[in-house]
Write a protein that binds this ligand. Structure first.
Ligand code: PMP
Ligand code: GLN
Length: 404
C-alpha cells in the first residue's frame, strides 16, 4: 500500500527552467486538494465523497433547453456581459428573494463559474500591498488570487464551539490595519457549513462601514440553508450592497457544476471594474448553457426555493446511515458538505487519513488543512464529506463509514 500522491496530479518543477528567468508566482502551491482527491478516488475506484459535485443530473427541462440552443444556432459568442435574458432572470431572482431591484445591464455579469467572478472581483479590487481579510477555513481559490494581484491575504481563524464554527468579529476587527482593503465572506460556508445569522451580518456591516472595506461575498451555496435558517445576501442589505461583489454559481443550484456558469451582482461602478477584467480573462461564457439557463429560470423561477429542503433531506439520510459509526458530528447548517470528527479513531493528520481511507476503506473525503493558512491541531479533527449524491450512493457511503 502506498499513500504517495498519484504522479499525474503533481505539477512539474519550475526550478528546471531557470535560464528562462521565470519566477513561479505561486511557488508554494501545488494542484488543489479537490483535484488530488478526485484523481485518487478514480485511481483507486473509491466512492468519491471529496470534490463537491452531485452524482445526478440537473432538471431534464434545463438539459433540453441547452440541447435546443446547441442544435439551433446558439453557438457563437454571447455578449461579453452575458446573454440579456439570463441577466434579466438573475435580476428577477434578486428582486424575488432579496428585495433589491438591480439593473441587468449595469449590475449583473455572467461569468465562467463563480471561480471567474471571484478572480475578476478580487483582481479589480486589490492593489499591490493591499490586505484582504479571509476567514479560515477558507475556500482555496481566494488567497492565490489576492497574491497574484500583489495583495496580502490576512487569515483570521473561525472559532469552534462544541463542533460549531463561528466568526469572532472582534478578532476580525483586530486584524484590520491601514492597508486593509476588503474582506471575503462565504456563507453558507465551504467547508464548515456555517451560515451567517443576522448578528453576523450586522457585525460585518459595522466593520465594513467603520474601516471602509469592500466585500467579496461568495454566495454559491445561497439556496442550501437548513433547519429553518435562511441565507442573508449582501444584495438584501442597503448598508452592504453598495460595497459588495456578490457572487453565485448556477453549477451549485442546478446540479451542473461542469458547465461552469456563474455570475456577479454588484453596483454599476464596481461592475464596470469587474467587466474590464472579465473581458480579458474569458471575454464571455458558453452560449448554449447561458441560453438554456435563461429559458429554465424564466419558466421555473422558483426552482431554487426547494433546494434547501432537497439537500436537508440528503443530509439527514447521510447522517442516519452513519448513526452506528465512530464519527462525531454536528449536523451541517448549510451547503452540501458535512464535517465528521474522527477523534474517536485515535488517528491524526487529516491529509494522511483522507488518503489512507481512500486506499483502504474505499471512500474519498477532503481534509480541512488546505483551507487553513496556519492550522492548529484542534482545527484538524474533521474531514469533509459531500452528500450531493443519489440515495443509493449515500447508503453505500454509510455502510463504508460504519465498517471502520
Ligand atoms: N466558491 C465556493 C465556496 C465553492 O465551493 C466553489 C466550488 N464549487 C466555488 C466558489 C466555485 O464555483 P464554480 O464551480 O461555479 O466556479
Ligand atoms: N468547490 C468544490 C469543492 O469544494 C471544488 C471545485 C474545484 O474542484 N475547484 O469541493
Amino acid at each position: 500500500m502506498s499513500t504517495a500522491q498519484p504522479n499525474e496530479t503533481s505539477p512539474p518543477a519550475l526550478a528546471s527552467t531557470p535560464a528562462l528567468g521565470i519566477r513561479d508566482k505561486l511557488a508554494d502551491v501545488g494542484v488543489t486538494i479537490f483535484t488530488q482527491m478526485s484523481a485518487l478516488a478514480a485511481e483507486q475506484g473509491a466512492l468519491n465523497l471529496s470534490q463537491g459535485f452531485p452524482d445526478f443530473d440537473g432538471p431534464t427541462e434545463l438539459l433540453e433547453r441547452v440541447n435546443h440552443h446547441l442544435r439551433n444556432g446558439g453557438n457563437q459568442y454571447a455578449p461579453m456581459i452575458g446573454v440579456a435574458s439570463l441577466r434579466e432572470a438573475v435580476a428577477n431572482k434578486v428582486a424575488r428573494l432579496y428585495g433589491r431591484d438591480v439593473c441587468p445591464d449595469t449590475e449583473v455579469t455572467i461569468t465562467s463559474g463563480a471561480t471567474e467572478a471571484l478572480f475578476c472581483s478580487l483582481t479589480a479590487l486589490v492593489q499591490p500591498k493591499d490586505e484582504v481579510l479571509l476567514l479560515d477555513p477558507a475556500y482555496d481559490s481566494y488567497a492565490p488570487v489576492i497574491r497574484l494581484a500583489g495583495g496580502v491575504p490576512v487569515h483570521v481563524p473561525m472559532v469552534i464551539d462544541s463542533g460549531c464554527y463561528r466568526v469572532d468579529w472582534d478578532q476580525v476587527a483586530a486584524a484590520v490595519t491601514g492597508a486593509t482593503r476588503a474582506i471575503v465572506t462565504n456563507s453558507p460556508n465551504n467547508p464548515t457549513g456555517m451560515v451567517f445569522d443576522s448578528e453576523d451580518i450586522n457585525a460585518l456591516a459595522r466593520l465594513a462601514d467603520k474601516y471602509g472595506l469592500a466585500i467579496v461575498a461568495d454566495e454559491v451555496y445561497e439556496h442550501m440553508a437548513f433547519d429553518g435558517r435562511s441565507h442573508i445576501s449582501m444584495t438584501a442589505r442597503d448598508d452592504l450592497y453598495g460595497r459588495s461583489f456578490t457572487v453565485s454559481s448556477f453549477g451549485k443550484t442546478y446540479h451542473t457544476t461542469g458547465w461552469k456558469i456563474g455570475y456577479c451582482v454588484a453596483p454599476a461602478h464596481l461592475t464596470a471594474l469587474l467587466r474590464k477584467i472579465h473581458q480579458y480573462v474569458t471575454f464571455t461564457s458558453h452560449t448554449p448553457s447561458q441560453l438554456g439557463l435563461a429559458d429554465f429560470l424564466t419558466a421555473q423561477p422558483e426552482y431554487d426555493e426547494q433546494l434547501s429542503a432537497f439537500y436537508q433531506a440528503k443530509r439527514d439520510r447521510f447522517l442516519a446511515t452513519i448513526a452506528g459509526s465512530k464519527f462525531n458530528w454536528v449536523p451541517t447548517q448549510g451547503t452540501y458538505f458535512q464535517l465528521l470528527d474522527y477523534t474517536a479513531f485515535g488517528l491524526h493528520n487529516d491529509w494522511e487519513l483522507a488518503r489512507k481511507w481512500t486506499y483502504e476503506a474505499g471512500f474519498a473525503s477532503i481534509p480541512l488543512s488546505p483551507f487553513y493558512a496556519d492550522p492548529q491541531p484542534s482545527e484538524l479533527t474533521r474531514l469533509r464529506f459531500c452528500f450531493a449524491k443519489d440515495d443509493e450512493t449515500l447508503d453505500r457511503a454509510g455502510r463504508l463509514l460504519c465498517q471502520l
